[in-house]
Design a binder for this molecule. Structure first.
Ligand code: C5P
Length: 405
């Protein structure tokens, strides 16, 4: 199974001055690949080993170097930088940086940021073996680890082995994959849906008439994809059952392509059992009875008539009581009028727990924003101001997290 993505996670990487700084570049690459946003602080020492340009190119953001910089203070100063992050990673953490952090010394951007942050700090120490074994370094690390609560510093490595200086022993910085694993572990504490399974449907279905024609619904899939991404970012294991759309699968989400409603239902059934079902697809209510095996030709007698048969209602099916019913089933109601009445009626007819209602007369199809109202089983509802589909997804997933808390 794919690793949980780090999408929406922000990592502030402080690169200290040691030969291991070159491995920090690989760490940035791995973090970006996992979906994380990375900003880097480069110490003067670090800049002796890697260039700001390499770090900027890999992180996709300017690199922060100076404590007193007119540029940085107008864009992102040390306070803002330390607050922006979800996690601060120091790699390599030199003996000097460790000593400053342990004693609250703040005389450059790196040490000031470490003192200003209200987020967890992970250090990957790297130094000569004799320095590593010096009681001053060990005492400083013990002090850092022992700070209360969020201030307690986590460490990864160092590894044993041959060092750049030619000596053997502990002191080599942990490999970037090991640092990434430690980052995932620390962030896992923030992933309240870890261990929960979710199935999300998204996009339209396509019901063939003949090999070249079909019936479909309007749906870009953007809202459903954003929900799948937001669920995965909170640690859920997500199966995204998608009709034909032109979107990339969100990081860490298992996507299953389908075309018809019947295929969509089979894929949803195959994803059960799960805890959360979000049915946001625009499923065609009918399919053509007797799909023509060859292209239907225009004929002088006028247009052909199509016999339609009803498609299975996937949402109603998954909402039906039974051992495989997900603990929380959320449907969508796209309406062009009477949103409240229609959404409420749909909630009881389908048997789901919540309905996300949206007025689609309001330029929603394919747009990046959405205006929705959440209707709950207990008769209450919440109207949310128009916001991006990503924010709608995050708000919905916040509610889901609260539901399971
Ligand atoms: O009945 P209506 O299509 O308006 O209901 C919308 C809700 O039902 C959406 O959540 C949609 O994904 C779901 N649905 C379904 N299977 C169908 C029709 C709708 O899951 N055949």
């Amino acid at each position: 199974m794919a690793e949980a993505p780090l999408t929406t996670h922000r990592i502030l990487l402080i690169v200290g001055g040691g030969i291991a700084a070159y491995k920090a570049l690989e760490l940035v690459r791995l973090l970006r690949k996992a979906g994380a946003e990375v900003r880097a602080v480069l110490t003067d020492g670090g800049a002796q080993f890697v260039t700001p340009l390499s770090l900027a190119a890999l992180s996709g953001h300017p690199v922060h170097q100076a404590l007193f910089s007119p540029d940085d203070e107008t864009t992102m100063g040390h306070i803002e930088l330390s607050r922006w992050a979800d996690l601060v990673v120091v790699a390599p953490a030199t003996a000097g940086l460790i000593a400053k952090a342990a004693n609250g010394l703040a005389d450059d951007l790196a040490s000031t940021t470490l003192l200003a942050t209200d987020k967890r700090v992970l250090m990957a120490p790297a130094m000569n073996v004799r320095m590593w074994q010096h009681p001053a370094v060990q005492a400083n690390l013990a002090r850092l680890r022992g700070f209360d609560g969020l201030h307690g510093v986590a460490t990864v490595g160092p590894d044993d082995g041959e060092m750049a200086c030619g000596e053997f022993g502990p002191g080599r910085m942990a490999e970037p994959v090991a640092i990434l694993a430690a980052i995932r572990d620390l962030l896992a504490g923030d992933r309240p849906l870890a261990g929960r399974r979710a199935v999300v449907t998204a996009g339209p279905t396509f019901e063939p008439i003949d090999p070249v024609r079909g019936l479909t619904n309007r749906s870009s899939g953007k809202q459903g994809y954003a929900i799948a991404a937001a669920l995965a970012a909170q640690g859920a294991t997500v199966t995204l059952v998608s009709g034909p759309v032109g979107l990339d699968a969100p990081e860490g989400v298992h996507r299953v392509w389908v075309e018809t409603a019947v295929e969509m239902k089979a894929a949803v059934d195959a994803a059960l059992p799960c805890d959360i079902a979000v049915m946001s697809a625009a499923v065609a209510d009918w399919r053509v009875d007797g799909v023509a095996s060859g292209k239907i030709k225009k004929a002088p007698g006028g247009p052909p008539s199509l016999a339609l048969i009803e498609n299975p209602d996937i949402l109603a099916g998954i909402s039906a009581p039974g051992p495989r019913r997900p603990a929380l089933v959320i449907g969508f109601a796209a309406e062009t009028g009477d949103l409240v009445d229609n959404a409420r009626a749909k909630l009881s007819r389908k048997g789901c727990d919540w309905i996300v209602g949206n007025d689609v007369s309001d330029d929603v199809f394919g747009a990046d924003s959405n205006t929705v109202t959440l209707f709950l089983r207990d008769g209450t509802s919440q109207a949310w101001a128009r916001q991006s589909k990503a924010d709608v997804a995050r708000a919905l997933v916040d509610r889901i997290v609260a539901h399971f808390a």
